[in-house]
Structure formats: structure tokens, C-alpha cells
Design a protein around this ligand. Structure first.
Ligand code: GNR
Ligand code: NI
Length: 167
């Protein structure tokens, strides 16, 4: 297993639209394991392949308290959305920034597991928010881009200042 480097906003590679996974080979299994390790180590509740510069439709998530319930979503599709909720989101690619974002409250998602078997989840709460946040990454979108231009400008200034300090 290995820790992967997480791209930091405003890295333009975070705007890449990911392609569907077509082959469930050993390289994919290794990437899944490395992404899970990277997410747990960060620590975060989710990680999209986009964030580790692999532009395929693969997400790992664990919203459990015990950090022992890894969920792997490959080629995920939201097939139903219901209601609205707001939550103060953060992102491993946007360190130190936490902002309220509005999303669907309940979703139904179809995805493939790490062996390519299809499954479906109907969920709400933090898991639903996290799945939507991660699918946005696969579509090249970062949560701060949902905020006003002024807020986004201020966030980018702050991130650049912090990045200068840590280089
Ligand atoms: O660790 C994470 N926490 C989080 C909190 C609220 C809403 C979404 C998230 S996802 C984030 C990890 C991450 O950046 N995934 O892309
Ligand atoms: Ni994120």
C-alpha cells in the first residue's frame, strides 16, 4: 500500500472530467487500496480518484465513526434526488476551508463495487452529501465553486498564501 499525493485547489487538473472504469484489473485493486489508505490517513470521509490525479470514475468513502466501513463506488450514477439540505463542507483538496453548501437531502445511487458487481444505495444524511461531493470531483467540480465569486476569490487568495508558506 502507498499514500498518494492529493492535488490542491486551484490545481487545474481538478477540473478534468473522469472517464468510466472499463477494466477491473490488479492495477485498479491497488489504486482502490492506496486511495483508501490515503483517505484514512488524511483523515477524510471520502476521496475521488480525480484528487489523486487518476481521471477515472472511482470513489472511496467511509462515513462510519469506527472507520471500518469502506464503500467503493465505481461509475456511480445518481438516479433519484429528493429534498434539500445544507451542510458545512470541507475538502482534502481545499485544506482549512469550510463553507455551507446546498445539496439534495436523499439520493438513490447505482454503482459498481470493486469486482464490477452492480449495487444500489438509497441514503440521506452525511453519506448522501459525501457521495454528491465526490461525484462532483469526477465531473471536475470542487465545492468552493458553488459559492459566490467574491467568496471564491477570497478563498483562492488564502490558499495561495498558505501554499507559499508551506513550500
Ligand atoms: O473529508 C471530507 N469531509 C467532508 C465533509 C463535508 C462534506 C464533504 C466532505 S468530503 C471530504 C473529503 C474530500 O475532500 N473528498 O473529496
Ligand atoms: Ni473533496
Amino acid at each position: 500500500m502507498a499514500l498518494l499525493n492529493i492535488l490542491q485547489y486551484p490545481d487545474e487538473r481538478l477540473h478534468t472530467v473522469a472517464k468510466p472504469v472499463a477494466t477491473f484489473d490488479d492495477a485498479l485493486q491497488k489504486l482502490i487500496d492506496d486511495m483508501a489508505e490515503t483517505m484514512y490517513e488524511a483523515p477524510g470521509i471520502g476521496l475521488a480518484a480525480t484528487q489523486v490525479n487518476h481521471h477515472i470514475r472511482l470513489i472511496v468513502i467511509d462515513v462510519s465513526e469506527e472507520r471500518n466501513n469502506l464503500l467503493v463506488l465505481i461509475n456511480p450514477q445518481i438516479v433519484e434526488m429528493d429534498g434539500k439540505t445544507t451542510y458545512e463542507e470541507g475538502c482534502l483538496s481545499v485544506p482549512g476551508i469550510y463553507e455551507e453548501v446546498e445539496r439534495a437531502d436523499h439520493i438513490k445511487v447505482q454503482a459498481l463495487d470493486r469486482n464490477g458487481q452492480p449495487y444500489e444505495i438509497s441514503t440521506g444524511g452525511l453519506l448522501a452529501i459525501c457521495i454528491q461531493h465526490e461525484i462532483d470531483h469526477l465531473d471536475g467540480k470542487v465545492f468552493v465553486e458553488k459559492l459566490s465569486r467574491l467568496k471564491l476569490q477570497r478563498i483562492v487568495q488564502k490558499l495561495k498564501k498558505n501554499q507559499r508558506k508551506t513550500m
